[in-house]
Design a protein. Structure first.
Lengths: 285, 934
């Protein structure tokens, strides 16, 4: 007989659960995936895994997705990698079908996929295409994924959806109108769907990370890309943010992942429609 | 054959299962899984092609594992895939390990791929030739899970979590499914003797997924014949069963290729599901999965041990008949017997009560022995007083062993008289002055009294019996102050005869010897720290044996006994005042009386000196003690629940009640006192295993001599333990021993009623009610509209509420109890009526209210004048309109309602009401007049 099913390598807070993480190739997506794996979850790791025309920086790659998959398997998770674009509803529906066939059901969805740029312009400077792309990926992508998985979760009257928004979902940032609008949209989507699904015992919550440090292990590059959008050196950009942080520290990807684990687990079973900041106190000012 | 005994099922602590799993995903109990090891080299494409050939629609999922096949990570991955149900069809997962081997895990619903079909499919990947097409089986829904079997001792807080464990039985014959089902049928017949055993099994009959069989187990049927019958039934086509009975234990079998790992159900299909399989060495291995809510790990392991032991008898060369089968081997049976014995031996020398009392007199002649309203009596004074009375009794012709009736109000005189009867070598027969004349006359006649001591003017005349007052006795014995009369009796002779009214038949006199009472004090003195510093109350009627404990508990340990006048005992407020004023330290109460006292305590100012509260006389709802704990922490005042019976000398067991126990609504009455023992037996007299309810049999030094003049009844209830040879008493109480040796009291056996074919424990309904928030007390009765027509039976519930109403209660009951156990009516009462002994008086419960009483505004204007105010209070108390000329007692009022009424009057700023005023002025108008002039 093997070890207790509830004491897997790292812990068992998500033992027996299956989670879909979008944008899983790197960054917060990878941090969530490995944190979930360490807590006993099995995973569907979804990523476009190729660049996207109109986004001025390289997106996650197939190799990065494969690396996340390997990290999770090393932690004992069963993993189903899926390459799909959150702008393609049919592909997302197929991914969820595949997930159910492989794992029986889907317990958790982490809507993490998103882009930070094209940005760095005032509202009047943004083009129609730039605006549409931002909203299509960052806001509509989360809605499409919710639509694809909703019936599975409501049908079994259980499930947790974690929408990764941003402090940009709560306050404004200069020169980021599209991003800020999309993230505010995520918060609104969270609140509305939380009410839609509450009778069916499916929970929906939003996570609002502050500025997350570009971490080597998860190959995050958000902060760099924001700095680049604003045309300032990364170090200077970090320093500016640090001065605005009450706790005088940037957010680490694992801080966001820890909050996601809690929202995904039954420990938060009475938490829905909440907007949880992981921002070192940034938005309390 | 290495050993005949099953290996110990588990060396783990009994508190948890070997493995605990969270709630299983939907469908898990209906799916099964097979894991087959594929030898290297394993070609994914080849495996995929075979799968496509035999199970076309299924896709092959490949899951690499970064570790070797024998690593914990690999084992976890296998277990996870073996626990993951499918909604439809078949799932095939190829687990590839870092070293060469691979496992193929096949998961399917049993009603699509039955067990043989899944086996054939597995074999196909190793070159098997049989056609592995899916074989559908019909799935028959079984009864809803509910709370699990009564003996399961499940954890209601476990939710849908389940446990898992296994044991290997070296040398045990594998047998066939029928032989195991025969063993299971005998097991269930012992665990729930009042029901026909219903056994369940998975995949034992062609074309049927779940097989459910009611099995008759006649006592004289040899076990092999039982197996043969089952074998025939398994070979026959599925039986039509219109209604599926509950199946507490079901079996599944994994007797195929032991190289494969087969999981018959991915989560428990039955509350306890036992899989008969083989381990890697080919030994029989029992693996069990159980819903923790329904069956505790300790009970599950016990059932499996019993199943194995019975199966060995089933498969023996000459199997015994059903009645002679043993659940357990002698060593395990002895362990159960030991559970019912006290932890310590009793050190007690049999003596007569006056001898022990004389020691206390010699030690502390001037200490206060007794106090009543105005009187204080020292040990020496009590000794001399009782000497006079004893000589007076002898002068009246009382001789050794004679029965002397005593019918006096609770007073110092009563205590002195009881002691005097014993000193005169006689036996006291206490009678309550409040008893009806017929009952008193019956007691006098039935006991054949020589003399009756009473001051009761209306005591019925019985020919041949002379009544005498204590004063007359004292006068007649005035010369005998110095020493008691010389008597010849010994400690084994009777000290008292107390009449108990059974639920059926006439009251019967229980004859209790001196040595029993002395042993009771010896058994408890050290544990309770009883001594001269203690102040006790004499609260209960002398005709209720709780008072035996109060009187002799105080006087034999040198304590101070405070006599509680009748009126004070009926007024919780006044009683509370007395406790404060007299610095009472040891308090004995029935739970019903204590509930009233707790209420009074909440509003009283004075500090209590009580350090020990002992509950007796009726079942305790531990949860009701929480408000008490809030004011009196366990460190300051110890609460002890004692289960006892008149026939076993007041008490049998003692168990501390803690806040933790109260929160868990514990029904434990603790362990037997040193010198006492308990066994729980079925109706055939066989000891039942821990967890299984049965009748409580009490043995040891407390067992009474028998029933006065009723050798037939004595022979029926008193007996001898066949194993220990000690005298025992069959209590008529239902209980069960828990695995930790404590006894749970489950009510009277005659409280088990049958309603429309269902066997119902009224006490179970009562327990559920008292566990509802806002319920302070509850009573449940079965009534028949037409006494001769069982079909007119219905369950009526009565509750005392601290908050809320009856409607939410009904909703909650609906969630906790099966439909047939739901009360037809729930009547809200301000207080439950109690008997003279402080127990709930079922006969005095009013007719049920079709609509719950609304304790809101009275119908007529109240408050401007006293009678109007009283009208409102009475309407609230009785829950219906009343008139100014109505009589409190004719409306159904009793002392507890009077107390409640006094409390409401105080809340509304009306004059203070003493119960006595109400008794003297029972009409509303009269009461108003009395209060106005008072």
């Amino acid at each position: 007989m093997s070890a207790d099913a509830t004491t897997t390598a790292g812990g068992a807070r998500l033992a027996g659960k299956t989670a879909i993480v979008t944008g899983a190739a790197r960054g917060i997506g990878r941090a969530c995936a490995t944190a979930f794996a360490a807590q006993g979850a099995d995973l569907v790791l979804l990523d476009r895994a190729e660049d996207l025309p109109g986004v001025p920086y390289p997106l996650g790659t197939a190799s990065q997705l494969a690396h996340t998959v390997a990290l999770c398997r090393d932690l004992g998770a069963a993993v189903l990698p899926v390459r799909a674009d959150v702008r393609d509803l049919a592909a997302l529906v197929a991914a969820v079908e595949q997930a159910c066939e492989r794992f029986g059901t889907v317990d958790v969805l982490v809507n993490n996929a998103g882009i930070a740029a094209p940005s760095g312009k005032t509202a009047d400077e943004i083009t129609e295409d730039e605006w549409s792309l931002m909203i299509d990926v960052d806001l509509s992508g989360a809605w499409r994924m919710t639509k694809a998985v909703g019936k599975v979760m409501t049908g079994r009257r259980a499930g947790s959806i974690v929408n990764v928004a941003s402090t940009a979902g709560l306050v404004g940032y200069r020169h980021f109108a599209g991003y800020v609008a999309a993230k505010h949209g995520i918060v609104g989507l969270t609140r509305a769907t939380a009410l839609d699904y509450a009778p069916m015992k499916v929970r929906v919550n939003a996570l609002c990370p502050g500025s997350v440090r570009d971490d080597h292990a998860v190959e995050g590059r958000m902060l760099s890309e924001i700095a680049r959008s604003l045309d300032v050196p990364v170090a200077e950009h970090e320093e500016t943010f640090l001065q605005a942080q009450p706790m005088n520290a940037l957010i680490e990807p694992e801080d966001v992942a820890s909050a996601a684990v809690w929202l995904a687990s039954d420990e938060s079973r009475q938490v829905t429609g909440s907007v949880l900041t992981v921002d070192g106190g940034f938005t309390t000012r | 054959m290495r050993t005949l005994q099953p290996s110990p099922p588990s060396t783990r602590p009994a508190t948890g299962p070997a493995r605990r799993h969270p709630a299983a995903p939907a469908g898990a109990p209906d799916c099964h899984a097979l894991r087959i090891r594929l030898d290297p080299p394993v070609d994914d494409d080849l495996v995929g092609a075979r799968l496509a050939a035999h199970a076309g629609a299924a896709r092959l999922w490949v899951e690499p594992v970064a570790d070797a096949a024998d690593s914990p990570a690999a084992a976890r991955r296998r277990d996870r895939e073996l626990a993951r149900p499918v909604a439809a069809g078949l799932r095939a997962v190829l687990i590839r390990y870092a070293d060469d081997p691979a496992d193929l895990v096949l998961v399917a619903r049993r009603d699509t791929w039955d067990p043989p079909a899944l086996r054939r499919l597995g074999a196909a990947f190793r070159g098997g030739t049989a056609d592995p097409a899916p074989t559908p089986a019909t799935d028959r829904p079984t009864a809803p899970a509910g709370g699990g079997p009564a003996w399961g001792l499940g954890d209601p807080r476990a939710g849908d979590a389940w446990g898992e464990d296994r044991t290997v039985l070296p040398g045990h014959p594998a047998g066939d499914p029928a032989s195991w089902l025969a063993a299971l049928a005998v097991l269930l017949a012992r665990y729930q003797p009042e029901e026909t055993p219903v056994v369940g099994a998975l995949g034992v009959r062609a074309g049927e997924d779940v097989t459910v069989l009611p099995v008759a187990t006649p006592d004289d049927l040899p076990l092999d014949a039982l197996t043969a019958r089952l074998r025939d039934r398994l070979a026959a086509p599925a039986e039509a069963a219109p209604e599926q009975p509950a199946v507490p234990v079901g079996l599944a079998f994994d007797l195929g290729d032991p190289a494969d790992e087969y999981v018959p159900c991915l989560a428990p299909r039955f509350p306890l599901t036992v899989v008969v399989g083989r381990d890697a060495d080919g030994h029989v291995e029992l693996r069990w999965r159980h819903r923790l809510r329904a069956v505790s790990p300790a009970v599950a392991a016990q059932v499996v041990r019993h199943l194995a032991h019975l199966h060995r008898q089933v498969t023996a060369a000459t199997p015994p008949p059903v009645a002679a089968a043993n659940l357990d081997n002698p060593a395990e049976r002895e362990k159960v017997a030991v559970l019912g014995r006290p932890a310590r031996a009793l050190a007690s020398t049999p003596r007569r009560l006056p001898e022990v009392f004389a020691d206390r007199v010699a030690e502390q002649p001037d200490a206060v022995a007794l106090s009543a309203e105005d009187a204080r009596v020292s040990y020496r004074e009590l000794d001399e007083w009782s000497n006079r009375l004893a000589h007076g009794l002898r002068a009246r012709g009382v001789r050794d062993g004679d029965l002397v009736g005593v019918c006096l109000d609770r007073s110092a005189e009563l205590v002195a008289t009881l002691l005097a009867v014993l000193k005169a070598g006689a036996v006291y027969v206490p009678m309550d002055t409040a008893y009806p004349a017929d009952r008193l006359a019956y007691t006098v006649r039935d006991s054949g009294l020589a003399v009756l001591v009473t001051t009761h003017a209306e005591f019925p005349r019985v020919d041949g019996v002379t009544a005498v007052t204590p004063a007359a006795l004292a006068e007649a014995g005035a010369t005998g102050v110095g020493r008691p009369p010389a008597v010849t009796g010994g400690p084994a002779d009777p000290a008292y005869v107390i009449y108990t009214s059974g639920s059926t038949g006439r009251p019967k006199g229980v004859v209790v010897p001196h040595a029993n009472v002395v042993a009771l004090l010896d058994a408890t003195r050290d544990d309770f720290g009883l001594g001269p510093a203690d102040v006790w109350t004499f609260f209960h009627s002398a005709a209720f044996d709780f008072s035996v404990w109060e009187i002799w508990g105080a006087l034999l340990t040198g304590g101070h006994l405070v006599v509680v006048p009748y009126w004070v005992s009926r007024s919780p407020e006044q009683f509370h005042e007395l406790l404060v004023e007299r610095r009472v330290t040891v308090l004995n109460q029935t739970p019903s009386s204590f509930a009233q006292l707790v209420e009074a305590d909440r509003e009283a100012a004075g500090p209590l000196a009580v350090r020990l509260v002992i509950f007796g006389g009726e079942p305790l709802d531990a949860r009701s003690l929480l408000p008490w704990f809030d004011r009196h922490p366990e460190s300051a005042c110890r609460l002890v629940n004692m289960f006892g019976i008149t026939e076993t000398t007041v008490h049998v067991t003692a168990g501390d009640v803690t806040r933790a126990g109260a929160l868990a609504a514990s029904r434990s009455v603790g362990r037997p006192l040193p010198g006492w023992s308990v066994r729980v037996r079925d109706s055939a007299g066989r000891p039942v295993p821990p967890g299984v309810p049965g009748e409580i049999h009490v043995g040891g030094v407390g067992v009474a001599a028998g029933y006065l003049g009723r050798p037939d009844l004595t022979a029926e209830r008193f007996g001898v333990d066949p194993e220990t040879g000690e005298r025992t008493y069959r209590s008529g109480d239902r209980g069960r021993l828990l695995p930790d040796g404590t006894l749970e009291h489950l009510g009277r056996i005659d409280n088990q009623v049958k309603l429309r074919g269902f066997r119902i424990e009224l006490d179970e309904i009562r327990s559920v009610l008292t566990e509802c928030p806002g319920v302070a007390a509850a009573a449940v009765v079965l009534r028949r509209t037409d006494p001769d027509d069982p079909a007119t039976g219905r369950i009526d519930a009565y509750v005392v509420l601290t908050e809320g109403g009856a409607a939410p209660l009904r909703e909650r009951l609906r969630r906790m109890l099966p439909e047939y156990m739901l009360p037809a009516t729930i009547t809200v009462l301000p207080a439950l009526p109690t008997t003279a002994n402080g127990k709930v008086d079922r006969d005095a419960l009013p007719e049920p209210a079709a609509v719950p009483a609304t304790p809101e505004a009275p119908a007529e204007g109240a408050g401007d004048d006293l009678a109007g105010g009283l009208l409102g209070v009475w309407q609230q108390v009785f829950g219906r309109p009343v008139g100014i000329a109505d009589n409190f007692f004719e409306l159904g009022g009793n002392s507890l309602l009077a107390v409640r009424m006094a409390a409401i009057m105080r809340e509304r700023g009306l004059p203070r009401l003493h119960p006595r005023t109400l008794y003297l002025n029972p009409t509303l108008r009269g009461l108003a007049d009395a209060l106005r002039s008072g």
